[in-house]
Design a protein around this ligand. Structure first.
Ligand SMILES: NC(=O)N[C@H]1NC(=O)NC1=O
Ligand SMILES: [Zn+2]
Ligand SMILES: [Zn+2]
Length: 453
């Protein structure tokens, strides 16, 4: 058998564990995995001493194009993702403008992503009270799933769902065979607590943290789980920030609810104390939690209860991230580049999380949950998407290393153990030692659904 490329001498990370093997690649796919491939391919990549992770599939990013490209964009955002070992991602239906709420707005985003994205991409479709009737056309267009906010999204053009819209949206998601993702914070709770705080003149980071306590997440998670249970509908809980919220979802899953659980690197790496110390770069919703809550989240991760880790990369220009009033700042963290770094350094090196588990949470599970059989694992027949990782290498993330649009990044100055040295998409290097190749070109990923429609 002929190969375009042989990757020699690396250690493959799979769901089963670690395996020393060569990879043979042809037509952008893995066609052979063997102890030693002898064929003289035109190109050989020496991976000795390195680990090959399946390319990260970041299920949760906001690249904001079209319409808010000055906040972020497909060029800069996908460079950051590639630098962090990602080969594909799913873009959220907001904060692009217009948001993706029907076939026409899907097509507008698809066209610009196809022209500019370095990486393969899937697109989320939004569910709001404005577009319940448009979910069929979004499914037809090829969305990866639907996304709803249970509290204010930060943008009036993407309103939160009321209970009926959420319930009916879940019903439609079930019929269409696509997961519905919820940003689960209680609107009643967060809105009222915010009003009370601001009317009393509250404006500090601590005031903001106090306006979104864990119970506001638990209330919304519980309600979403209830509806998903009643309807037997597929629910994806994005960015759970607390061990208690994960516990509610785990309990529901044990009762047969079709739910998947996502958290983000920032909930694992930073605490509420860091928000007070670092400020605007760490404002997000749900907010960062006290150490004990984070410890519970790590406990859940170590027990294998977290299905997916996504970045929720959501940057904004400096003027929206600068204010004396913490409530007025844009909520969103720039972290597209650091997901694997956090899991390797804090997870593997510090807490003994298996490399296999990291690859499952960052690649295999998102590919499976969102029906992309070509993605997410180093397997014969899959796309040759992988990140090369020097596991022992320590480095400090500097501002000059950042590839995304803006320099306000809470991870700058952090010392990580485990460095991504190159990222390959369908057998070609899209990132290598700080250089990027845009000639590979990202493709739209649509779910492979069997008999759902
Ligand atoms: N609109 C948007 O990007 N919101 C994200 N930012 C954040 O901190 N939480 C979110 O859901
Ligand atoms: Zn959210
Ligand atoms: Zn988000």
């Amino acid at each position: 058998m002929g190969f375009e490329l042989i990757v020699r001498g690396g250690t493959l990370v799979t769901a089963q564990g670690e395996q020393r093997a060569d990879l043979g690649i042809e037509g952008g796919q893995i066609v052979s995995i063997a102890d030693e491939l002898l064929d003289g391919a035109p190109h050989t990549l020496d991976a000795s001493g390195l680990y090959l992770f399946p390319g990260v599939l970041d299920a949760h990013v906001h690249l904001n194009e079209p319409g808010r490209t000055h906040w972020e964009g497909f060029e800069t955002g996908t460079r950051a993702l590639a630098a962090g070992g990602a080969t594909s991602f799913f873009d959220m239906p907001l904060n692009s403008s217009p948001p993706v709420l029907d076939a026409a707005t899907f097509e507008a985003k698809r066209a610009v992503a196809a022209a500019k994205s370095l990486l393969d991409f899937g697109l989320w479709g939004g569910l709001t009270p404005l577009n319940l009737e448009r979910l069929d056309e979004l499914a037809e267009a090829g969305v990866i799933g639907f996304k709803a906010f249970m509290s204010h999204s930060g943008l009036d053009e993407f309103p939160a769902v009321d209970d009926v819209t959420l319930y009916e949206g879940l019903k439609a998601a079930k019929r269409l065979g696509l997961p519905l993702a919820t940003h689960a914070e209680s609107d009643g709770f967060t809105r009222r607590l915010t009003e009370l705080a601001r009317s009393g003149g509250a404006s500090t980071a601590r005031d903001y943290l106090n306006s979104r306590p864990v119970v506001t997440e638990l209330e919304a998670v519980q309600r979403a789980l209830l509806y998903a249970h009643e309807l037997d509908a597929p629910l994806h809980l994005v960015h759970l920030s607390s061990g208690q919220a994960v516990a509610l979802a785990v309990e529901a899953k044990a009762r047969g609810v079709d739910v998947t659980i996502e958290t983000c690197p920032h909930y694992l790496h930073f605490t509420d104390a860091d928000v007070e110390r670092i400020g605007a770069a760490l404002k997000c919703a749900p907010p960062l939690r006290p150490q004990a809550v984070q410890d519970d989240l790590w406990g859940a991760l170590l027990r294998g209860e977290i299905d997916i880790v996504g970045s929720d990369h959501s940057p904004a220009p400096p003027d929206l991230k600068t204010s004396d009033d913490f409530f007025a700042l844009w909520g969103g963290i720039s972290g597209a580049q650091s997901t694997l770094n956090v899991l390797l350094a804090d997870g593997h090196h510090q807490r003994g999380v298996a490399l296999a588990a990291i690859s499952v949470m960052t690649a295999l599970n998102p590919a499976r949950r969102f029906n992309l059989p070509q993605k997410g694992e180093l397997r014969v027949g899959a796309d040759a998407d992988f990140a090369l990782v020097n596991l022992g290498q320590r480095f400090t993330l500097e501002q000059a290393d950042l590839q995304d649009r803006w320099r306000q990044n809470p991870y700058v100055g952090t010392s990580f153990q485990g460095q991504v040295t190159a990222t390959y998409l369908r057998g070609r290097a899209v990132h290598q030692h700080g250089q990027f190749d845009s000639t590979v070109g990202g493709k739209l990923l649509t779910p492979h659904l069997q008999g759902a429609l």
